[in-house]
Design a protein around this ligand. Sequence first.
Ligand code: PLP
Length: 390
Amino acid sequence: METGFATKCIYGNGRDFEKDGTGAISFPIYQTATYAHPAVGQSTGFDYSRLQNPTRQQVEKVVASLEGGADALAFASGMAAITALMELFRPGDHLITDSDLYGGSIRLFDHVSEKNGITFSHIDCTSEDVESYVRPNTKAIFIETPTNPMMNVIDIRKMSGIARKHGLLLVVDNTFMSPYFQRPFELGADIIIHSGTKFLGGHNDTLAGFIVVNSQELADRLRFLIKTVGSGLAPFDSWLILRGIKTLPLRMEKAQANAKAIVSYLLSQPRVKKVYYPGIQGTAGYEILRSQASGSGSMLTFEVESRELALHILRSTRLIPFAESLGGTETLLTYPLTQTHADVPEEVRLKNGITDRVLRLSAGIEDAKDLTDDLEQAFASFGKENGNAG
Ligand SMILES: *Cc1c(COP(=O)(O)O)cnc(C)c1O
């Protein structure tokens, strides 16, 4: 039975899990490391939980169905997923990556993968001639869109065209939009990455990561890796992600509505110099975003008039915590300079516009007015605390 997206969030590709005869509606947590074999040479399909576990298998099925992939693999974190992905490459290989990526991905590429003999061209995939960076040893293009934290929109179909022409893999980290708003396989991607910690889990309570593939050959290579390197997602964490995904559509809609309310507020606040949100009509990536995604999401970045004001806001919000991460029920404010992007080289950071005046906000699902009121009281109290200017 072909179902809609919200139904897939609950049942994956079908209601096939009540196999234990109890009729349990919630998928059980199979908290076991190993499995008894009926006889020598026979297996129940489960041998040892590093290789496979029923609860992990269930969350993998659901995530594969949401992205329309052939298979998905669940890892202990987003970075564990990207680390396993890098094992598909060998010394001498070259990758093209966008320069405005999650800081942890850049750290992995520059400090771990480089040491293993893989080289990178970190470029601006929205403005540079990507094709001119393709070398005989180039194996893949790795992007996030919208980018983190500057919210630039990369044309996935265009990147796919270049990848096809040169026989490269197109890898899209789809964490920011989730499959609810953007499905990269339909636009020509070969591999999709998720930090399941973010929107899929959605409650700021567990870490997880996914690699979703659209070919059995890639799935087989990655299954070999997950069993060998041992970074698969634990049963209880798999269950938390399964539970989080059930409300993904509701959370995405509410968080997006809150983000739009916050964008409107920030655009009217004279001390805000710039708001980066791909859903603002007339901004650079707006038309591309509309052609490849069904929403603009709940992530936004804004620049205030001074470093002092940025620091003041981070210590003055009463409701919104100053914390890393995104995509959960709680609205969070992040300071990319010292948090998510601290390991990005300074010249790259400045070129991308990540200054000491830039704040990133992930809208949660609280009441919008409480969020804008909180920001307003933080702006209004600037210069008034302890009688000095911030
Ligand atoms: C958080 C994040 C990651 C890393 O995921 P973890 O679960 O924190 O390891 C990768 N990519 C993006 C876009 C992220 O936001």
